[in-house]
Design a protein around this ligand. Structure first.
Ligand SMILES: NC(=O)c1ccc[n+]([C@@H]2O[C@H](COP(=O)([O-])OP(=O)(O)OC[C@H]3O[C@@H](n4cnc5c(N)ncnc54)[C@H](O)[C@@H]3O)[C@@H](O)[C@H]2O)c1
Length: 370
């Protein structure tokens, strides 16, 4: 199957995303075209990905002066401290702005590598090669880079677009199912916020995606990237429309913070819970029908993902999340800014549904029952 190409272009930047099995084969030619003056390459590589994948990449970079910088991907290492140490290694190797940094790993590696690239000598060429489903359908698209701080997740960062994103589904072969679910949560989110036809397609094909069936996987990644691009193109620096992509994430962040980012519940699972809570809230606000909520729940039930929301049929469990909603960086006036659902494919806009914690607390009993 031919590689699929999606083009990004806004007022100032332009790049392509290639999706396919073995799309990595495009790399040598693309580097020559996009970064013709590159001599040195720093690859920030996720320590956990199988070494055979690293060997594949190494072969593609033959002829360049390549340094592999091993990075242990976890939220603790997604830090300024780690960024500083990576920058120092790259500085000691004497890379300059016409050289290249490649991020090779999941969303954490990609966020850190792109952040490093954005501040290294005020910006060096960057190519992202995402190796988790979440990174392939979400974090590698849109140019948000960053690290965590003691005050919260992703609070330090920049907007920086790559020269190229290469999505090679071969690298997903080693990805555990729990991580597949993580990426799937964002795929489902994209369909819910923008594309009813894609949502209906997911009703039939979710199992094939989670089972890594090539055709369905590539199609769902492509659709997902296109939907994310739709929002990013119009609002690259997240002033308004791009916030639609936060559907389900306000509750998801609260779940993650409350659980101290424990691996017991992954980001994707928190997003799956968060989307149900946001949909329940939408029903309460009479923005969407209970039938829509049921349709969404059905996809979860049919694919054994309903464990992610069952807990929140209990008012006390929702109440426990409320204190953690406060720290969401998208909340700028004390009230919580929710993206809510009108119907499959259509949400409210950012800032249309701001709600105080006090008000939220008064309705959790009702929401829990939906
Ligand atoms: N920049 C953005 O727009 C954006 C959007 C969404 C999420 N994010 C960020 O993405 C991060 C989550 O990304 P993630 O879910 O990819 O997590 P991750 O990077 O931690 O990867 C998940 C796990 O899979 C391992 N892994 C990576 N590739 C593998 C492979 N091919 N085979 C086997 N194991 C592999 C990793 O080492 C890690 O243990 C979060 O920090 C989140 O904030 C950023």
């Amino acid at each position: 199957m031919k590689n699929q190409e999606i083009k990004f272009q806004n007022k100032s930047e332009k790049y392509s995303i290639f999706i396919g099995e073995n799309s990595i084969n495009l790399l040598p030619k693309k580097i020559k075209n996009l970064c013709p003056e590159t001599k040195k390459i720093g690859v920030i590589v996720d320590k956990n990905i199988p070494s055979k994948y690293k060997q594949i990449l190494k072969k593609k970079l033959k002829g360049y002066d390549v340094s592999f910088l091993q990075f242990l991907a976890n939220e603790k290492n997604k830090s300024l401290k780690k960024t500083y140490s990576l920058l120092n290694i790259l500085l000691s190797k004497n890379l300059n702005r016409s050289d290249l940094i490649i991020g090779f790993g999941g969303g954490i590696t990609g966020d850190v590598a792109s952040f490093v690239a954005s501040i290294f000598k005020r910006g060096i060429n960057f190519i992202n090669i995402p190796t988790t489903l979440l990174a392939q359908v979400d974090s590698s698209i849109g140019g948000k880079t960053g690290v965590n701080s003691n005050h919260g997740k992703n609070l330090i960062g920049s907007f920086y677009q790559p020269k190229l994103v290469l999505i090679d589904t071969t690298f997903l072969k080693s990805l555990p199912r729990k991580e597949m679910i993580c990426g799937y949560a964002e795929i489902l989110k994209h369909s819910i916020i923008k594309d009813k036809i894609f949502f209906n397609w997911l009703k039939k094909n979710t199992k094939s995606i989670l089972d890594k069936k090539k055709k369905e996987l590539i199609y769902s990644i492509k659709k997902s990237c296109q939907i994310k691009m739709f929002f990013v193109k119009q609002d690259t620096t997240e002033k308004n429309l791009r916030m639609t992509l936060n559907f389900g994430h306000t509750f998801a962040h609260a779940i993650e913070v409350k659980n101290n980012y424990s691996k017991k519940s992954t980001h994707g699972e928190a997003v799956l819970s968060g989307m149900i809570l946001a949909s329940k809230f939408s029903v309460y606000k009479k923005l969407c029908s209970s039938q829509t909520l049921k349709e969404i729940k059905n996809i979860y039930i049919q694919n054994n993902l309903d464990y992610t929301y069952k807990k929140y049929s209990n008012r006390k469990e929702i109440d426990k999340l409320l204190p953690f909603l406060k720290n969401d960086k998208k909340n700028n006036d004390g009230r919580i800014n929710f993206i809510l659902l009108k119907r499959i494919g259509k949400t409210t806009l950012s800032n249309q549904n701001k709600i105080s914690l006090k008000h939220l607390k008064s309705i959790t009993k009702t929401i829990a029952q939906y």
